[in-house]
Design a protein around this ligand. Structure first.
Ligand SMILES: [Zn+2]
Length: 485
């Protein structure tokens, strides 16, 4: 018997829980001797499944109910932060927040924002002196960020568990067949995923494989040339692929030109960079598969996952309070774009309370799928990837790689706004371009940027990805009046 999404929702709204109805969750592995089925997982596995069980229900809660429980949880976090984290003890005292005040929707904005510079300045003052033992092993998370100056935070076994739960929820939402082969083309920190072999793993994730058996995973470094990536994909025939949007676009354009399909591929997922709408269409057209995007950060874990039915994102309210604020720090309304401010609900080692992570997003209307998890319609990008016009107007420009390669043999490009009137275009080309080709490119660029910038071309052998594997098509070196905040 098949249940469509609306019926499923109707049932859930009636309080009936049906995780196993058409569920793609594989039978868990047992941690008890002699007990194979039904399984009794070990303590880690049981914790994972217990959380998943609840998440299957909380996704259908109303926004109000989700918010109520978020404040219950964050009250614990605040108490802990005030008592054991020097930075918050001082910061909250200075802002006049009494130690016994309970946070709620009406006083939440009284809490000061935490900026990246604050974290860098605070150093170890942001670490708790009394991390609960039950939260597991403590590790360090370091993110490089745009300035190259790293942010160092602590993670716990608990935050690791929640990361794994987010990963599995995403597989469930996307109705992945857990027995398939997963391919990842991503940043390769250790050098183990170099072409031609790449790295081979027995499962999709170390953190949950002992509970939920999956098929194998294959991993390739994102710095591998595009033709070799395609050869590698055709050799491994994965069911699923995860990579960065800029890399996916390069793969798709190459495959479109040569008419290449990856036979077994069922879905593609993108991470880590802003996804342009036309890449979704390209993926559908060239490979005939759907694309699903996600929004995560190393510091705070899963922020939002793409809705199973719509091309927008659901905030992961069980993990974070996510605010979208305007220039005056007021919450944005539906349709408005503002700064993303995140409170992680469970990191008691280095709490992040109202952390302004430097991204911009557009608030969406409640979703027709019935989930109460708030909606982000679009993730716009970072302040420094915004063009600043001489008029003071700003926007995030996008360039289809296709447009450039139709004019000239451009294999890679990057635009850098140097001043209010000038743009430098870095190009990797198969041969030097003629003056006529440069003029045509200039025309496309000026049209796209909506202003007659002075456009200069620089030819380079390669435009490398940043630390962490991110690629920037556009970057502005002009500080908008508010972008330095
Ligand atoms: Zn939805």
């Amino acid at each position: 018997m098949a249940f469509g999404p609306s019926l499923r929702h109707a049932n859930s709204a009636a309080g009936e829980w049906r995780m196993n109805e058409r569920s793609n969750l594989p039978p868990p592995a047992s941690g008890m001797k002699g007990m194979i089925w039904p399984a009794i997982p070990d303590s880690q596995g049981s914790a994972l499944l217990a959380l998943l069980y609840q998440l299957e229900q909380t996704q259908w809660w109303s926004a109000e109910r989700l918010s109520e429980y978020q404040f219950r949880q964050v009250a614990e976090m605040l108490r802990h932060a005030q008592a054991t984290v020097p930075y918050y003890r001082d910061r909250l005292a200075a802002s006049g927040w009494p130690a016994d005040r309970l946070p709620d929707a009406s006083n939440w904005s009284d809490l000061p924002l935490l900026r990246r510079e604050d974290i860098q300045g605070a150093g170890k003052a942001l670490h708790s002196s009394a991390i609960p033992k039950s939260h597991g092993n403590i590790s360090e998370v370091s993110t490089s960020g745009s300035t190259g100056k790293p942010v160092r935070l602590l993670a716990t076994g608990l935050t690791g568990l929640l990361w794994n739960v987010g990963t599995v929820r995403d597989f469930l939402w996307r109705r992945c067949d857990f027995s398939g082969t997963y391919a990842a083309i991503r940043f390769d920190r250790t050098g183990a995923a170099a072409y031609p072999d790449g790295e081979h793993a027995p499962s999709w994730g170390k953190g949950f494989a002992h509970t939920l058996p999956t098929g194998p995973a294959v991993i390739l470094s994102i710095t591998t040339p595009v033709e070799k990536q395609i050869e590698w994909l055709r050799r491994h025939q994965p069911d699923y692929l995860i990579t960065h949007p800029t890399n996916l676009e390069a793969l798709l354009l190459h495959c479109a030109r040569d008419g290449i399909r990856i036979a077994n591929l069922k879905q593609v997922q993108t991470i880590s960079e802003v996804l342009k709408a036309d890449v979704r269409t390209l993926c559908r057209d060239v490979w005939g598969v759907a694309l699903s995007d996600m929004y995560t950060t190393q510091e705070a874990g899963y922020l939002a996952l793409q809705c199973p039915l719509e091309a927008h994102y659901h905030v992961q309210s069980e993990n974070v309070i996510l605010e979208v604020l305007d220039a005056d720090d007021r919450p944005c309304a539906v349709g408005q774009t503002g700064r993303v401010v995140v409170t992680q609900l469970h990191n008691f080692a280095s709490p992040l309370i109202r952390y302004d992570i430097g991204d911009y997003a557009e608030v969406g209307a409640p979703c027709s799928c019935g989930r109460g998890l708030p909606v982000i319609r679009h993730i716009a990008g970072r302040a420094r990837s915004m063009l600043v016009l001489p008029s003071g107007e700003q926007f995030w420009p996008f360039f289809g790689g296709n447009k450039f390669s139709q004019i000239a043999p451009v294999s890679q490009f990057q635009l850098v706004q140097k001043t209010l009137e000038s743009i430098e275009v870095k190009l990797v080309t198969a041969r030097p371009l003629s003056a006529g080709e440069e003029d045509q490119l200039r025309e496309v660029i000026v049209t796209q940027l909506t202003h007659p910038f002075s456009v200069s071309f620089t030819y380079v052998d390669e435009i490398p990805r940043s630390k962490g594997g991110k690629y920037e098509e556009f970057r502005s070196e002009v500080a908008a009046p508010w972008a330095a905040r």
